[in-house]
Design a protein around this ligand. Sequence first.
Ligand code: KET
Length: 407
Amino acid sequence: MDSDSVFASVVRAPEDPILGVTVAYNKDTSPNKLNLGVGAYRTEEGKPLVLNVVRKAEQHLVNDKSQIKEYLPIVGLADFNKLSAKLIFGADSPAIQQNRVTTVQCLSGTGSLRVGAEFLAKHYHQRTIYIPTPTWGNHPKIFNLAGLSVKTYRYYDPATRGLNFQGLLEDLGAAPSGAIVLLHACAHNPTGVDPTLAQWEQIRQLMRSKGLLPFFDSAYQGFASGNLDADAQPVRTFVADGGECLAAQSYAKNMGLYGERVGALSIVCKTQDVASRVESQLKLVIRPMYSNPPIHGASIVATILKDSNMYNEWTVELKAMADRIISMRQQLYDALSAKGTPGDWSHIIKQIGMFTFTGLNSEQVAFMTKEYHIYMTSDGRISMAGLSSRTVPHLTDAIHAAVTRFG
Ligand code: KET
């Protein structure tokens, strides 16, 4: 009997808006089913990809008898942390050279955001964080649960399918001094719309003049342009001015290490002494949460980042993933144009990164899932990385039918 359970009053929670899409997809028995929900790279054959350089690094680790399975320190693998900071801030970053960056290995991007948020909630004087509308659906939950108060700033303009730059400046301009601002470092999720470098510069000046604290979420470094340095440029301009910031990095997408849960949180401070005190407190955040991070994924990343041949091999494979996504954008755009699907679809080729924010509404998405077995998030976001030349016609038919039926 249910009522005998001490948990009888527990109500069923809804599935996660993004990961729940995969759950629904897995239950579908149609041979034509297509998962464009979660942002996970697939090959032209629709298969998950383990990078060659990752296989190579793993082989190297297996053959290296000095590799052990002891606990890592609370802050993780030292090499991994140093190399991760270099990857995002640049090899010649003065902040790194001056030892005023502290980097801790965390459980991928999500864990890095959460550890950063927990630290801020405990030790930062301003507990309000501004996140863009829209943003990755997990952001408000992460920050709320850490005890921060979440507010939003305007970001996307549905009318232009571009950046609402004026709205963004107004909202950040009206934020209380010292407030934390979550910024997508590149390849904004879900919109695929990034500020230009000139706009970033204006954002930087505004934020610094008001003492707003930047918290970068860098989950797609390399996926926007195909170039790791170019994609880190916005973050680097904030660090170059000598000011402080936080950055959460994920290797899920750019190294395809989704399930290894490997990422890093860096906090750039004014001085070496502050950075080392900040690190001592990060350890107090981490120890009761999961004690210390897993060793395997971080060892893979460190192996690749410290070997110039492997590093170069990685950049080539990363560029190939980015290029395949860009080619999918063109193919989908061409197919919709050829079919004469009503509407302007040029945003498909203008947007950047893993996702296209199609503009399809939840009714149209539900129709495409029911009639065409195409799975995507209800906000109309599609993961271009899940698409292939073979499946473009099916998606085109579905979009055409959806906008014709519910125009
Ligand atoms: N930040 C952003 C902006 C992001 O899109 C993701 C993942 C993450 C952080 C965290 O990734 P992690 O695997 O913890 O390193 N986004 C995809 C997967 C997900 O929702 O978990 C997605 O949006 O599909």
